[in-house]
Design a binder for this molecule. Sequence first.
Ligand code: SIN
Length: 273
Amino acid sequence: MPPTLDIRPIAGALGAEINSVDLSRDLTDTLIAAIRHAFLDYLVVYFRDQTLSPAQFMAFARCIGKPMEYPFVKGLDGFPEITAVVKRPDQTVAFGGNWHTDTTYFVAPPMATMLLARELPPKGGDTQFANQYLAYDALSDGMKSLLSGLRWVSRSDKAEASRTREDRSTAERTVLIADHPVVRTHPETGRKSLFVNLAHSAHFLGMTEEESAPLLQFLFQHQIRPEFTCRFRWAPGSVALWDNRCTLHSAINDYNGFRREMHRIALAGDVPV
Ligand code: SIN
């Protein structure tokens, strides 16, 4: 039996803090099973006050899944799967500063992403998450039936995404494209979720951008209704682990003039169905 964790939900829709866990040690099979259980239940779980070296962060990530490299930002020396997500005081653009699911322009997008807070502004810099099971469940039967069978095209160069990666990498010129179902079934829970996102959904497969825009715009607004969301206030040493198969997230860019540095690891996923 997994050990009982001290779990405190942070909102009605999703998100929970897991307390009294030291991720730098004690990564037993039973503890990892309990964390995975909470991750599937709450979709995003947070751990506070973790003192993790890059090697320890990688060790925890490997307990949850298979770390993969991010295509547009070079990883840390010696740890290519750890990306430093940095906003400098002179920058006004924040990486991930709009609603998205990570790197859906891959045929198999990551199953999960982990973020470790290294340096934070004195205020601001929170991250919001949205539960896409709830977004799907709240649609009418007519809309569910319309969306069933529809696919969409994800492009890494969609303006909404690429402008949040300004000045990041010359590899930016590479364009990655994949298509996915609008509604996907979670491979572990079997639940259906809405699987489009403002940053990367360019158009429906077989339709033009103009034809797709009205329905996509409706879905982009619908999927971030406040009652589907939670908001996490970081502190140095906070770690978040979110399920990229059934959530969206957005980094709130409200701290111009200050530095924020997060370390990010994405975990390989499967082809959405
Ligand atoms: C991301 O979108 O991966 C980064 C989110 C954040 O920095 O809060």
